[in-house]
Design a binder for this molecule. Structure first.
Ligand SMILES: *Cc1c(COP(=O)(O)O)cnc(C)c1O
Length: 491
């Protein structure tokens, strides 16, 4: 049956709410200029509460989400986000705050931000954290700006940032957007930064190094201290993309191994449901000599009072409206406080154990070229199935039929036909085993029945789409026919 929009389900007069009589006997015209008032009533659907609920549940069930099934989308850390976060997040004392409220009426909110700043500083070994940025990439851009201002302040002439070919795509993107020339160096045979290659490009005009650690192969960069020494020898700054911090929580502090700036993906490591573009959180931490460049405001405490500190000498300024995404901070705060020190360590341990278990069980079916020091994710290759005319894309699509979200594919580029698999710490052995079973079945199907894979998925609401056409020719229904749409159309 063709699915219906909620507008098509609408029945005139079937109303799912009852509101009290309006107590004001004035017309809207008494409050607002007539030219901004609408002339036609909005075309809103009229359905019962139950029908509205069913409509949205029906739509959501067509999607894939972590509460529905395994979601091993490499790089994205699709862990289960504890519901206690959302319970706290609906408290009116948090949701009804206004950004312009006087500080003495929001002491609790400021305390949450203050303690989160301190906890993240402690976890990362940084001197201070700003919670302003709202995404990983946003922090990287702010980080590039801090690097720029640090050098400008010292009168340094710097134009380049170095990074390995295993860097996350946002690293070169944000550096280049800031105006830096990106110098890419090759990884060595272990998938780590090649120190000799680094020594060849090191020069006076190097502003810094951006290191994703663990890198996009899931491999832990063991030589960070040496890399940092080389970078520091030309007064460069060491930036660590900490989006994969999940793998080191409670064990390794970037600040202890020579990192000068690090960002956190609050929505990955510290649990906020993500995908679809936000909202996220991307706190950024720096060592002592860079604190004066951090985006403001930072929360400070004096005489038992919390306050916004805008008095940061060389601050790069605000990078977001108001204070960042506050409720994402609340989730991270609850997550941290619930787990505590030992709990955080177990996050890292289980993420690593789950990953290495999957890798060992699958390596005979899907070769894994870089295995040494694999942490929280690994990258397998589907290249050997090319002889059956089966691509990694076909394998990913077939996984959907087995009820799993596909891994990240064709990234990172250094592995051909890449399948980037990140199980996270929240999955049980039974779930991992059923995923392994499906992957092995698919590897057999690739050989015995490649057509099956090329026609996959079969069991999903829509089958295989032409991905380019799907973006260009949207198959959506609009049911608005009021003046707003008319005005929009005219524009
Ligand atoms: C997700 C991710 C980013 C980007 O973070 P966003 O919040 O999506 O901007 C950067 N680096 C790595 C390693 C990541 O996994």
């Amino acid at each position: 049956m063709e699915p219906k929009t909620i507008f098509e389900k609408s029945v005139k007069g079937r109303i799912g709410y009852s509101l009290p009589e309006c107590e004001i006997d004035k017309n809207l015209e008494d409050f607002f200029p007539t030219e901004i008032l609408r002339k036609v009533k909005p075309n809103l659907p009229e359905v019962s509460e139950l029908d509205a609920m069913r409509h949205y549940i029906e739509i959501s069930a067509k999607n894939h989400f972590i509460e529905k099934g395994f979601y091993p989308l490499g790089s994205c850390t699709m862990k289960y986000n504890p519901k206690i976060n959302d319970i706290v997040n609906t408290l009116l004392g948090l949701t009804n705050l206004h950004p312009y409220q006087p500080e003495d009426t929001i002491q609790g909110a400021l305390q949450i931000m203050y303690e989160l700043q301190n906890d993240l500083s402690e976890i990362s070994g940084m001197a201070e954290v700003s919670l302003q940025p709202v995404a990983g990439a946003h922090s990287e851009f702010a980080g590039a700006n801090i690097i720029y201002n640090y050098h400008k302040n010292k009168g340094n002439q710097k134009t380049k940032i170095i990074m390995p070919d295993s860097a996350h795509g946002t690293n070169p993107a944000t550096s280049a957007l800031h105006g830096y020339e990106v110098v890419e160096i090759k990884s060595n045979e272990q998938g780590k930064v090649d120190i000799d290659a680094l020594k060849q490009v090191i020069a006076k005009d190097i502003a810094g190094f951006m290191l994703t650690n663990p890198n996009t192969l899931g491999v832990f960069e063991t030589e960070v201290k040496e890399i940092a020494e080389i970078i520091h020898s030309v007064d460069g700054l060491m930036y660590m993309d900490g989006a994969n911090l999940n793998a080191m929580l409670g064990y390794i502090r970037p600040g202890d191994i020579g990192v000068d700036i690090v960002h956190f993906n609050l929505h990955k490591t510290f649990s906020t449901p993500h995908g679809g573009g936000g909202p996220g959180g991307g706190g950024i931490g720096v060592i002592k000599k860079l604190v004066r460049f951090l985006p403001f405001p930072i929360i400070k405490k004096e005489n038992d009072k919390y306050y916004f500190d805008y008095n940061i000498k060389n601050s790069i300024g605000k990078v977001h409206s108001f204070y960042g995404n506050f409720l994402v901070m609340v989730r991270a705060y609850i997550y941290l406080k619930m787990l505590g020190e030992k709990g955080l360590q177990r996050v890292a341990e289980n993420a690593i154990i789950n990953t290495n278990y999957l890798m060992k069980k699958l390596e005979n079916y899907f070769p894994v070229p870089y295995q040494k020091d694999v942490m929280h994710e690994f990258v397998a290759s589907g290249e050997k199935f090319k002889k059956y005319d089966v691509k990694t894309l076909d394998i990913a699509k077939r996984l959907l039929d087995y009820g799993f979200h596909a891994p990240t594919i064709y990234f990172p580029l250094i592995v051909h036909e890449a399948l980037m698999i990140e199980p996270t710490e929240t999955e049980s052995k039974e779930t991992l085993d059923s995923f392994i079973e499906a992957m092995i079945k698919i590897s057999e199907e690739a050989e015995s029945n490649p057509e099956k894979l090329k026609n996959a998925p079969e069991n999903t609401p829509v089958g295989r789409l032409d991905e380019t056409a799907a973006i260009k020719n949207l198959d959506v229904k609009f049911s608005f026919d009021d003046e707003i749409t008319e005005t929009a159309n005219k524009r």
